[in-house]
Design a protein around this ligand. Structure first.
Ligand code: MG
Length: 305
């Protein structure tokens, strides 16, 4: 490469900072100020063999000027650590990813936990369904983080440093890229084989219901009713639980007994809330038999509002 530190003094009066790259830009500015000469310098100029040759050239200058230049060059060499490039500035995604999301995405424990929950649900339903007539009973499941895994959405928001928003969530739903939670498909298939009806009660909005149904269809997730939240309606699921039980949904035109609820949020279970934790263990007694809980450390009604 060519010399890149030049004065505009005498013709061909380059001072001679070389292409080994020497002084960072701030050092060049200092040098210009000291000499009163305009200096043109490559961004990557640093210390090196060319700088040593340059030192020899400086020695041939008038004494005051060469002393100033050598002092400035020495300071530049001491501080010539590589400057960060724009590409190196953004933090790597893995470093900023919350452990809660990484756990759901990567941990063997997460997969084991969901499989364990669904095996428990299967055993409970098999026991409860014994002796019941086909079509006389039902199970109710939540959708997100119960049947559908949305960790990709969570990961993308974390990578962007952005929180949940209804707009970004709606865009995610339209992509139809949620995947089945491990164990869910087998459980739903088993319920259907046993003669149970399956109602999915979700707080995805009614306007998001068609895209949600498409995901269920794509992954062959058996169900009889997909009950979304009315767009301007309440998030409380209890009225929809009651509608299933009383035979007012596509799950059944006649009353059915709901023998199991499966969810990842305490609000996926009838008449429970975060306050239920304060009511003693008796309030949570159905868990492990009629109520089956899946892990979700990423979000939920446990978070402060
Ligand atoms: Mg959920």
């Amino acid at each position: 490469m060519t010399e890149t530190l030049a004065s505009d003094g005498p013709p061909n009066g380059d001072v001679g900072v070389g292409d080994e790259g020497d002084a960072p830009p701030q050092a060049a500015a200092t040098m210009a100020a000291a000499t009163g000469r305009r200096i043109r310098m490559r961004p990557n100029d640093t210390c090196g063999p060319r700088a040593i040759r340059r030192a020899g050239m400086i020695a041939a200058m008038p004494v005051r000027l060469s002393v100033v230049l050598l002092l400035v060059l020495g300071a530049a060499c001491r501080s010539a650590a590589p400057l960060p490039t724009p590409a190196a500035v953004p933090a790597p995604p893995a470093a900023t990813m919350p452990d809660s999301i990484r756990w759901v995405r990567d941990a063997a424990e997460y997969r084991a936990a969901t499989l364990q929950a669904y095996r428990l649900a299967t055993s409970a339903v098999e026991a409860a369904a014994a002796g019941r007539q086909a079509g006389s009973w039902a199970v109710v499941l939540d959708a997100d983080e119960t049947v559908l895994n949305n960790v990709t959405y969570q990961m993308e928001r974390a990578q962007q440093g952005l929180p949940y928003s209804s707009e970004s969530w709606a865009a995610w739903v339209r992509r139809r890229e949620a995947t089945p939670i491990p164990g869910a498909a087998a459980f739903l298939g088993r319920v259907r084989a046993l003669g149970g009806r399956i109602a999915i009660v979700t707080n995805r909005l009614q306007s998001e219901c068609a895209d949600t149904a498409a995901v269920f269809e794509r992954h062959q997730l058996a169900h009889d009713a997909l009950l979304c939240r009315p767009d301007a309606g309440p998030s409380d699921k209890n009225p929809r639980f009651d509608a299933v039980a009383s035979g007012r949904t596509p799950a059944s035109a006649t009353p059915v007994e709901i023998i199991a609820f499966v969810g990842d949020n305490i609000l996926d279970f009838p008449r429970l809330s975060q306050q239920s934790a304060l009511a003693g263990e008796a309030a949570l007694a159905p868990f492990g038999t009629r109520f089956i809980l899946l892990p979700n450390p990423m979000y939920g009604s446990w978070q402060p509002r």
